[in-house]
Design a protein. Structure first.
Length: 306
């Protein structure tokens, strides 16, 4: 592909959430191109399409940004630690009047993209949709939720495509509240599921885990408040429990990464809460502990693997 038309969307990433968006958009008639680096994923997507809940829809998948030039709308759905690479790839293929929207976990992804692409070509979005990767190019839904996008003059095309694909789309003037709300929820759920190796809903069955969820989310809320972002009632701890209940059968993305032995997004979730807290004099000791433990868990073999 040498150029992309207005009815084409570029998705950066070939993981669980990227495949979910690709499958639903393709099923609605949008031409989907996926840009990634996972050879097995790219091969499966090109051969079988994006498979969601047993249904496959065709997509084009490539590792070469040159094949995606002229992209007007791009969804960035790579892991947070891959954002620098995604920004460099988009510099080669995003149209001058195009827009890249990050729906990634964590904090700081938009700033990384904007350093390379410029602020006018970057917008922030938040979603609580869940997906479990069953294999290369194959996902199972893991919980519904809206897609909330920051208002932007170049957003109309992407908003229309997402709406036609059945996503619940909201556009707001200031997305910071939702970004910090999602960050607090991810900080409370993801590291605990990764360390305990349980599904989201199982955290609610363990009193000690529920207490830790409340502490993790509470620290995130305190850091957010120091930045002028006040998270609303019922409070981040209760919200984390609600999300864990709604996505009870989901394997968090951090747990999926730990099980595969790959890098996680803990630096951009719990780590960023600790770092922002240090900058503003707000301690986050529980987040610091979980941050360190998850980083160790990825690199240490289990007893039965020795």
């Amino acid at each position: 592909m040498s150029a992309m038309n207005a009815n084409t969307i570029l998705i950066l990433g070939t993981g669980a959430l990227a495949t979910l968006f690709a499958a639903r958009l393709s099923a609605s008639g949008v031409d989907v191109t996926m840009l990634g680096s996972w050879p097995e994923g790219l091969a499966a997507l090109n051969e079988h399409g994006a498979q969601l809940d047993g249904r496959a829809t065709p997509v084009c998948a490539t590792a070469h940004p040159a094949e995606c030039r002229g992209a007007r709308s791009a969804l960035v759905l790579v892991k947070a630690w891959q954002t620098e690479r995604a920004a460099a790839q988009l510099a080669d293929c995003l149209a001058e009047d195009g827009l890249a929207v990050t729906l990634q976990n964590g904090l700081g992804n938009a700033a990384i993209l904007a350093r390379t692409l410029g602020l006018p070509r970057v917008a922030v979005g938040v979603t609580t949709l869940g997906a479990n990767l069953a294999g290369p190019g194959c996902v199972v839904s893991g919980g519904e939720g809206p897609v909330t996008l920051e208002a932007h003059s170049r957003l109309s095309g992407l908003e229309s495509m997402l709406g036609a694909a059945g996503f619940t789309v909201n556009v707001v003037a200031d997305v910071r509240l939702l970004v910090w709300g999602k960050l607090a929820v991810n900080a409370a759920i993801n590291p605990l599921t990764a360390l305990l190796r349980v599904r989201n809903g199982q955290l609610l069955e363990l009193p000690s885990a529920r207490r830790l969820m409340g502490a993790l989310a509470g620290e995130a809320a305190a850091v957010a408040e120091s930045l002028g972002v006040a998270l609303p009632a019922p409070g981040p701890g209760r919200l984390a429990e609600e999300v864990a209940r709604r996505t009870a059968q989901n394997l968090s993305s951090m747990l999926q990464d730990v099980l595969r032995g790959t890098s996680t997004e803990v630096d951009a979730i719990n780590g960023v809460i600790v770092r922002e807290g240090e900058r503003h004099g707000v301690p986050a000791p529980v987040n610091r502990a979980l941050w360190s433990l998850v980083k160790a868990a990825v690199h240490l073999p289990r007893v039965d693997e020795k």
